[in-house]
Design a protein around this ligand. Structure first.
Ligand code: ADP
Ligand code: GLC
Length: 492
């Protein structure tokens, strides 16, 4: 099958969170099982730099913008990747969505409409047909399936539908994956004029959402199939509590909505062969982990102590991730002689709170604000516990990486966290971490205390670490579920 995977980030070219990991690992797994998969994303400067080789494959005009397409291969998996070059839209300092000040780019509606329009035209083979593309290697390449991800690519199925309506025939199948329903990509109705879409699509049966244009709703409404990244989240988003106003639409489309758990990329997250950590280790030979803990304490200026339980946080610092709960537990963790490492970036108020905590407890709390991939690996390797008290969590990857590195996760029972972590009190002895329910400081403290208590029982801790490390969260199974879904759609 020919699959066009449209994304706004992919590891290792450009990453702000889990979507990048998923795009990199899922495309690699699909290619490995023989699928003709191509990635498409904007040509951000850091993405172009990270490609070893690329070549121009054509140009054309899209929504009034002159677009060049370049093609390269992913440096790790070799999967072909197409980048949409439009310097005025994509060559900016900052991340894919916002400036370094944290402010979202004011023309995101335009930037991601262009990406989606290019995606749809490549998928239907238009990009080759019009002769606007010089030497397009895949001349005649068209997709059987277009897989779009999150609101930024929500217009892909809309442009495909428009193409179908004007041609009177079915185009490629479309899959839309929700990685996070909280982000809607909502814009004032006047942006409709920029999108090249018939105005009657601006309706409740279309991309209108409370008087605005919602790119997320567009993706949910027009795609052939909707997936999200864990079975529990797939249920949660059909309820008033977690549906973000879209539960009605999701309920109506429940037959085409499926939760497929993300996997973990064990080419990148493997404590036995991780170039970012100093001392490799395995579930059989754990001595490297103790050394990694000391190395991390030294690196971050913490007191070097083998016995102080080291709690790690690697996270976007946002309301979703329950950073306030972590802040509420700081003094308790300190009283019990624990240590805390936080790596993250996000809301300014949380960044400030974390830095203030580090100042209050020098040598016992270390905070690094920003994105640092290598440090994230060293924190996973060197910590004893990973704190992830998310209010909601579509899937979550950090808890899976933690388990792989023998770092027991403390998570709230929600979304993908509930689907991947089993509490240590499990009667069938399948425990791999600690779960709690209410998103309150007392409930969080209670579970943190349980972690402290178990930590003192070294034999029990070791055996749970080993069990956590031995689980199979590889992409193999999940990639197979996506292939099955694609096949079903193509055969329809
Ligand atoms: P989300 O995508 O909601 O942020 P996930 O748990 O799915 O959450 O994925 C988070 C990914 O981002 C993981 O790969 C994690 O290691 C990484 N990450 C989060 N914060 C940072 C950071 N400050 N520096 C480096 N990597 C980070
Ligand atoms: C989102 C979600 C996270 C998920 C990731 C990859 O960022 O917040 O839970 O793991 O996407 O699907």
């Amino acid at each position: 099958m020919r699959i066009l995977f449209v994304t706004t980030e992919v590891y290792p070219l450009v990453k702000t969170g889990g979507l990048a990991d998923v795009a990199g690992a899922l495309s690699a797994a699909l290619a490995e099982s023989g699928e003709d998969v191509r990635l498409l994303l904007p040509a951000y400067p850091q993405a172009v730099r990270a490609l070893r080789h690329w070549r121009p494959i054509g140009e054309g005009e899209v929504l009034g913008w002159r677009i060049h397409l370049i093609e390269g291969c992913m440096p790790d998996s070799g999967v072909p990747v197409l980048l949409v070059v439009c310097p005025l839209l994509f060559e900016r300092l900052g991340n894919p969505y916002s400036a370094s000040t944290g402010c979202e780019w004011p023309d995101n509606h335009e930037r991601f409409a262009v990406l989606s329009r290019v995606a749809a035209s490549i998928a239907v083979g238009e990009w080759g047909e019009k002769g606007s593309v010089r030497g397009w290697k895949g001349e005649g390449w068209r997709a059987d399936v277009v897989h779009a991800n999150d609101w930024q690519t929500g217009l892909v199925p809309v442009y495909l539908k428009l193409w179908e309506n004007t041609r009177g025939r079915k185009g490629p199948a479309s899959v839309f994956t929700i990685h996070n329903l909280a982000f809607h990509g909502q814009f004032p109705s006047y942006v409709m004029r920029r999108l090249g879409l018939p105005l009657d699509m601006f309706s409740v049966n279309g991309l209108e959402f409370y008087g605005n244009v919602s790119y997320l709703k567009a993706g949910l409404y027009y795609s052939d199939s909707i997936t999200t990244v864990s079975p529990t989240y797939a249920h949660e988003i059909q309820t008033d509590q977690a549906g973000h106003g879209l539960q009605g639409l999701l309920l109506a489309r429940a037959k085409t909505l499926v939760g497929i758990l993300n996997g973990e990329d064990n080419r990148v997250w493997n404590p036995a062969a991780d170039p970012s950590i100093h001392h490799p280790f395995t579930d059989r030979q754990m001595s490297g982990k103790a050394l990694d803990k000391m190395a991390l304490q030294r690196e971050l200026g913490l007191h070097v102590s083998a016995t102080a339980p080291l709690f790690g946080v690697i996270s976007r610092l946002t309301e979703q991730k329950g950073v306030d709960l972590v802040m509420g537990a700081v003094s308790d963790i300190m009283v019990r002689d624990g240590q805390l490492v936080i790596l993250g970036a996000g809301d300014r108020r949380f960044e400030v709170a974390c830095m203030a905590a580090a100042e209050s407890y020098p040598g016992r709390i270390a905070v690094r604000i920003g994105l640092d991939e290598a440090l994230a690996h060293r924190i996973q390797a060197g910590s004893d516990v990973l704190l992830m008290p998310s209010r909601f969590e579509p899937c979550g990857l950090s808890q899976m990486y933690a388990m792989r590195y023998g770092t027991l996760p403390v998570v709230r029972r929600t979304g993908g966290l509930a689907d991947t972590v089993v509490d240590v009190n499990d009667p069938d002895d399948r425990g791999t971490g600690f779960l709690f329910d209410a998103a309150t400081v007392p409930a969080f403290l209670a579970v943190v205390h349980r972690a402290f208590d178990l930590y003192r029982n070294r034999a029990a801790w070791r055996s749970i670490q080993r069990r956590a490390m031995r689980q199979d969260f590889s992409w193999r199974r999940s990639a197979e579920r996506y292939r099955q879904l694609y096949r079903e759609l193509v055969q329809k």
